[in-house]
Ligand binder design. Structure first.
Ligand SMILES: CC(C)(COP(=O)(O)OP(=O)(O)OC[C@H]1O[C@@H](n2cnc3c(N)ncnc32)[C@H](O)[C@@H]1OP(=O)(O)O)[C@@H](O)C(=O)NCCC(=O)NCCS
Length: 188
């Protein structure tokens, strides 16, 4: 039977304590370091603490992206929200890239955020040089939203970030931009 967070190819499931070592290992990847706020010094114990916190968070959601058939872990997708709008962030482990995993995960997760969390608008930011993330966002239905552009200091450098947004399909006219803080756990 297909779960609501399963498109037959990928599945989004809740983080378990024993995912923490995999998460800490995966984020050492150069591309994740280049394009997300993940710390290279993150360890499994810090991830485990973040997973525990996430379970009761009122302003955050997050799932591990898995292969729907084998259950293999493929990546991370997260939301930080203010009950009306939210920022989505994600990464895909190096070995799973280039197979549509991010595109599927962003589409599945976004639709769940509208349906289950009740949000009206989602947005994300990708580094100007992060073409793969920008394409994944567009493929998943997001539109370029220059109002969300921002430069931010990350790891001692200034990052030019491009904004993308998606409205709930049945929602009304665009309202003021909400001001979520950075996503949790720890990615851009
Ligand atoms: C960005 C990222 C999540 C994309 O994951 P993915 O599962 O490989 O993405 P997909 O396979 O769904 O591909 C999405 C699009 O990007 C394109 N793409 C993939 N890798 C690319 C690359 N290196 N350069 C240019 N385009 C690329 C794909 O062709 C696809 O576009 P298309 O459908 O128009 O052909 C992954 O590269 C990643 O984890 N990067 C490091 C962390 C990161 O950047 N996170 C996002 C922060 S905003």
């Amino acid at each position: 039977m297909q779960h609501e967070l399963d498109d037959g190819v990928i599945r989004l499931r809740a983080w378990a304590d024993d995912d923490s070592a995999w998460y800490a290992r995966s984020v050492r990847d150069p591309l994740i370091q280049r394009f997300t706020t993940e710390s290279p010094a993150l360890d499994a114990e810090q991830v485990r603490a973040a997973i525990v916190k996430l379970r009761t968070a009122v302003d955050a959601k997050g799932f591990v992206i898995c292969d729907a058939v084998t259950g293999e872990r493929l990546g991370n997708i997260a939301l930080r929200h203010d009950r009306r709008a939210g920022e989505v962030s994600y990464w895909v482990a190096a070995a799973a890239r280039g197979q549509g995993v991010a595109t599927r995960a962003v589409a599945l997760f976004s639709s769940w955020c509208f349906r289950a969390v009740g949000l009206e608008e989602l947005w994300l930011r990708a580094h100007r040089e992060n073409v793969a993330s920008q394409r994944a966002a567009l493929r998943a239905g997001y539109r370029r939203d220059p109002r969300r552009d921002k430069t931010q200091e990350v790891k001692g450098a200034v990052w030019p970030m491009l904004g993308y947004a998606l409205r709930r399909p049945d929602s009304g006219p665009v309202s003021a931009i909400s001001t979520c803080t950075e996503p949790s756990p720890r990615q851009t």
